[in-house]
Design a protein around this ligand. Structure first.
Ligand code: THU
Length: 160
């Protein structure tokens, strides 16, 4: 028997400490929460994706009366970006959450299904995606999606 440990690395910033381009991407994600359709949870999420060519695509969560049919902000934004530029790598993504009238002080992290989708994009272009998880108190910078999804299932897993 051998016990193993996996670590996740991330850096915690104050908003003011972030680069201008990261601040701008977070602001794009913040703008999106007013466009969320979240009548069931009252929990609005905004996500913004920056591509290697400088294009930015943003999205918000879209809920449905048949709950599982809705989609998280991260997948709305990522699929939107990949659908417009299928041959351009994604550089970074910002994620923010808003509920009960405030942006949350500490970040939320993407759900498991979103992590799987973000990972596919990271691997598809063979380029790290920097993930910015915004909170009014703390913002986390995670340097690649793999950090968020260790022991993942991916393309090569299909080879058996
Ligand atoms: N949600 C997101 O859009 N992104 C996340 O990272 C977590 C959860 C949405 C799904 C649902 O519309 C609402 O937030 C509550 O779970």
């Amino acid at each position: 028997m051998e016990k193993k440990t996996i670590e996740t690395n991330y850096t915690v910033y104050n908003f003011d400490e972030l680069s201008e381009s990261y601040q701008m991407l977070i602001n794009k994600a913040k703008e999106q929460v007013s466009k969320a359709y979240a009548p069931y949870s009252g929990f609005s999420v905004g996500a913004a994706v920056e591509l290697e060519n400088g294009e930015i695509f943003a999205g918000s969560n879209q809920e449905n009366s048949a709950y599982p049919s809705g989609l998280c902000a991260e997948r709305v934004a990522m699929f939107y970006a990949n659908a417009q530029f299928p041959n351009v790598a994604v550089k970074s993504m910002a994620i923010v959450a808003f509920t009960k009238g405030i942006f949350l002080p500490d970040p939320i992290t993407p759900c498991g299904s979103c992590r799987q989708v973000l990972l596919e994009t990271e691997m598809r272009f063979d380029q790290n995606i920097n993930i910015l998880l915004y909170g009014t108190k703390n913002t986390y910078l995670i340097e690649n999606v793999k950090e968020l999804l260790p022991l993942c299932f991916e393309k090569s897993s299909l080879q058996g």
